[in-house]
Design a binder for this molecule. Sequence first.
Ligand SMILES: Nc1ncnc2c1ncn2[C@@H]1O[C@H](COP(=O)(O)OP(=O)(O)OP(=O)(O)O)[C@@H](O)[C@H]1O
Length: 265
Amino acid sequence: MSEQTGSEDTVIRVRGLNKRFKDHVVHEGLDLDVRRGEIIGIVGGSGTGKSVLLQQIVGLLKPDAGQIEVLGQSVRDTSDAEYRALRRRWGVMFQDGALFSSLTVRQNVEAPMREQLEISDALRETMAGIKVRMVGLPENAHGKYPSELSGGMRKRAGFARSIALDPEIVFLDEPTAGLDPIGAAAFDTLIRQLQTALGLTVFLVTHDLDSLHAICDRVAVLAEKKVLAVGTMEEMLEIDHPWVKEYFQGPRARAAVGAAASGLA
Ligand SMILES: Nc1ncnc2c1ncn2[C@@H]1O[C@H](COP(=O)(O)OP(=O)(O)OP(=O)(O)O)[C@@H](O)[C@H]1O
């Protein structure tokens, strides 16, 4: 299994994280390192706290204890100005794309630019248009509202918004959930292509075994309130834990391996 390191290539460092909601303990002593330039898949049973972990890392939820550093800086023990500057260095795509329904696709991508960048309207529109093209949305989608788009297109629009400010890290919360297998595979390809082209680190919360096989460099398994294991897909096969075995060696896992081997994933 890969070791947790403290090297400068660690872009997210979580130590001793505790989080509970009333008497429901979600995380207890959770540690995690994410390395620069990798796509790390965060997996775990429903309710194991994958989204809650993501939200704590990006500063939207407050941990009860523990340290979270992103790009070498504490996410919480920091001034508002420092947090705002740090926040510009990552992008987040929430589960449903979380687009503003009253804004067009391009206006949605412009929204973080409007908030963070002091640039002319024309330049902002041009830059947003580039991002929308980068995620593979056709020209006629730029002026559409979220309700006029398919689920896959909405996800692409959400992805475009997450890279609006040229982030170093993107957090994607179940980006392929709800897509058909072909749409999901196309989205995986898009994630890998943009990760390579832009040098991104990708924190990918997913249930999708095909995505894990197709694009993840490493996988972190959440179970028993912590990160139970981190490593490559091959390394996951060696872990002797009931949930890990069932997940990585069960029938669905075997199907995903078959799909990856035949080039479908
Ligand atoms: N704001 C909140 N208040 C109270 N409980 C919460 C809150 N957010 C999450 N929880 C609880 O924390 C636990 C972890 O939730 P989380 O959404 O992180 O799970 P998950 O691993 O992402 O699940 P899934 O795979 O089903 O999306 C769940 O039991 C959830 O009900």
